[in-house]
Design a binder for this molecule. Sequence first.
Ligand code: NBP
Length: 488
Amino acid sequence: MKELSDIAVVGLAVMGENLILNMASKGFTVTAFNRSYDKVERFLSGRAQGKTIRGADSIESLVASLEKPRKIMLMVKSGQPVDDFIEKLVPHLDEGDIIIDGGNSQFEDSDRRTAALAEKGLLYVGSGVSGGEEGALKGPSIMPGGDERAWPSLKPIFQGISAKVADENGELTAPCCDWVGDGGSGHFVKMVHNGIEYGDMQLICEAYLLMRDLLGMTADEIKEVFVEWNNTELSSYLIEITADIFGYKEDGKALVESILDTAGQKGTGKWTGVTALHLGVPLTLIGEAVFARCLSAIKEERVDASSVLKGPKPEFKGDRQAFLNSLKDALLASKIVSYAQGFALMREAAKEYNWKLNYGAIALMWRGGCIIRSVFLDNIKTAFDKDENLRNLLLDEYFADVVQNAQQGWREVIAQAAVNGISVPCLASALTYFDGYRTANLPANLLQAQRDYFGAHTYERKDKNRGEFFHTNWTGRGGDTASTTYDV
Ligand code: NBP
């Protein structure tokens, strides 16, 4: 083992341990540290044995074990524990040393920490790491952002351990890791990734509900559909595991049918939705996906409501295979809308926070190693490679064509769901967004009239220049004084 380690990882829970093993397997020497030292001892005598991994029993020995500039990666619970540990670490570090937070921190915290540590001469990196336990061990998607001066030292390690996807020659060498941008942008991109994950999962669940309640399909039949879809443009990790889930039996019965229909959540979808509201970006699909989990969580209330509020009894009349084809189209088109909204959110954030984001590189980072990995992300990368200023993914020629072709089936699915009383919030909101986005003349003229009527909020006119505001005394009882004009 080398005398000094290339990097230290702090936090020996599932992510930290597996990342260390991944780093060691790629030839790096790693120092392992944990708040409670017994975990270090257990790790060293267990999974780390015989590998280029050393332990540290104090912050002093951790720091002394590292090559300069020192690189210390925190894989601890996000929030206060990250600040607490940074505070303990800082007095022992020298100018130019690097602290990386690889946990699920909020991007505002990473922004704040990057600025605060830069003042102390230290380089801070807030990095999203996705892919769970298996990704951490075999190759995660890594999204680092913060102080760019840290990137040359980190690049060989991070790109070395990340997942790899096919390059332009078809070789598995393109790393699912690249520099994202300044401040909290790495954690922002990871947050949007998680939001998109919420959307993808809910869309798949809605397709399942239609197969189960409208078409009356069994778990085995549903499994076959997902297996088939995984050989199409929908090919992705989530479709693949969904097929596996429908095939998993307990006492001859599909286990999924025995699982209670109440979804949990750890907050990253909610943060994405809140950020979209804050930035004024219509991120409707992810918002609906978060609310769908909230609705699922009030199980007892829903059970009571089901006996009070009656709707139509689902009854499918028509060609089942044709409907399944439409369902596949609806899923694909809705997924495109979700990614279009997610990338629009990143564009707006880049403007707001002054980040220079490379959207093609972000699509490539998500192409492998993470939960939303899919073939589809190649097309997103191509779209942004063609036009880095693309305003909306739906305006890219390829995606516009796909959605155009899927449109009829998509509408058929939403109509059937509505007629049969089946709740499909994400599939439906995606179509509504699509229709709104392609409508040149929305009814907001009336909305502005209402606002001006009751609050003198003013309006712009079609026959005047943009930026000129008018107020009308609608009732003859109000005055001519208008409210000030501003948007939040
Ligand atoms: P956890 O999120 O369960 O965190 C456990 C680790 O945090 C332990 O090493 C614990 O030390 C340490 N810790 C705590 Br709790 N408070 C601390 C403090 N005040 N100072 C120092 N260390 C402290 O571990 P995880 O599931 O491996 O996740 C690590 C990070 O990666 C989290 O931010 C998580 O959100 C993120 N993440 C997790 C996954 C996943 O699939 N699990 C995926 C992607 C990202 P102790 O042993 O002394 O209690």
